[in-house]
Design a protein around this ligand. Structure first.
Ligand SMILES: Nc1nc2c(ncn2[C@@H]2O[C@H](COP(=O)(O)OP(=O)(O)OP(=O)(O)O)[C@@H](O)[C@H]2O)c(=O)[nH]1
Length: 302
């Protein structure tokens, strides 16, 4: 069983027992239809629909932690599957006229499923709005999981460039300048060398989180590469950009954290602010991003 499904083992076992019980009850109560009497198109359509709902059920459970939303979606999709599965079995078996329970089981399970899925989707929507709030400064209204950084919980450089082009075009229409900040760790290779690459990874992760926490909701931060991060500050002048860059440096250097072995780390970062004037062509942002990282690399910290 996939490790993502392990927390949902009891739900899966319950659905399996219900499905096997219904299948056995229908099979042993009725008479299998001869092959010539089967409606192949109906059988295929109903069987495939049930299989697809089962796939949705597994994908949703595998993607989610346990909780109220997952329970509602699981019960809903599970019930819908049971309704559709009963419908598909109906194509294989002729039941005696006295067996009335399958007539109400299929529509009731499907209706219960749809109602429960609707309640689950409503709560999922509320949950997602709360999560969107947490992801401010890590995405600018566009989510692209293909461009997420595997190490630091934020997007990568390509996403930053795409969003920066859009944001700068918006700012141009509003006549406001944007600021870019390059954040580069100083002597990061020494952390890897002294404490190991895994510890270096943890430091990058923590630095990324500190940056995200210390920005305004409208700002965007991404990991550029290695120990370099890029920040976009819409509607920001030079003075504000410099002030925010100083705050970011202070936030990181004041809370360097500890290694797994309990050794206090000492972190230093350098920043470079690069202004994108109000009327600037949005395509030039790509050059501006490269320029700010060059400027940051040339900055000497005491
Ligand atoms: N742990 C870890 N290290 C990385 C990762 N990506 C790049 N690095 C390391 O980051 C270091 C970056 O080296 P430099 O660009 O010289 O940075 P620095 O040591 O901070 O040097 P200065 O910026 O000149 O102060 C290299 O040692 C890379 O191996 C990563 O994903 N995880």
């Amino acid at each position: 069983m996939s490790m993502h499904l392990k927390p949902h083992r009891s739900s899966l076992v319950l659905l399996l027992i219900i499905t096997l019980s219904i299948t056995a009850a229908i099979w042993f109560t009725g008479t299998p239809k001869p092959v010539a009497a089967l409606h192949r198109n109906d059988l295929f359509a109903e069987g495939a629909s049930a299989a697809l709902v089962l796939c949705w059920y597994l994908l949703v459970l595998a993607a989610r932690p346990r909780g109220r939303v997952t329970t509602l979606l699981g019960v809903g999709l599970g019930s819908l599957f049971v309704g559709m599965w009963t419908d598909a079995l109906d194509e294989l078996v002729t039941l005696p006229a006295t067996t009335g329970w399958t007539d109400w089981l299929e529509p009731s399970a499907s209706l219960l499923g749809l109602l429960t899925i609707t309640a689950g989707i409503y709560l999922w929507h509320r949950e997602q709005l709360a999560l969107n709030h947490l992801l401010r400064t890590r995405e600018s209204g566009v989510r692209d999981h293909f461009q997420l950084d595997g190490l630091v919980p934020m997007h990568r450089a390509a996403y930053f460039r795409e969003q920066a082009v859009d944001l700068v075009a918006q700012q141009r229409r509003a006549g406001a300048p944007c600021a870019l900040i390059a954040v580069d760790m100083v002597g990061f290779h020494a952390i890897n060398a002294r404490h190991g690459f895994d510890e270096g990874d943890r430091v990058l992760n923590r630095v990324g989180q500190l940056l995200a926490l210390n920005l305004r909701p409208t700002d965007l931060v991404c990991r550029d590469a290695g120990d370099r991060f890029s920040v976009l500050l819409p509607a920001t002048d030079q003075a504000m950009g410099e002030a925010l860059a100083a705050e970011l440096r202070e936030a990181i250097e004041a809370t360097p954290g500890y290694t797994a072995a309990g050794e206090r780390l000492s972190l230093q970062v350098r920043t470079a602010v690069h202004m994108v004037p109000a009327g600037n062509d949005s395509a030039s942002i790509v050059n501006a991003i490269a320029a700010m990282h060059r400027r940051s690399a040339a900055t000497i910290r005491p």
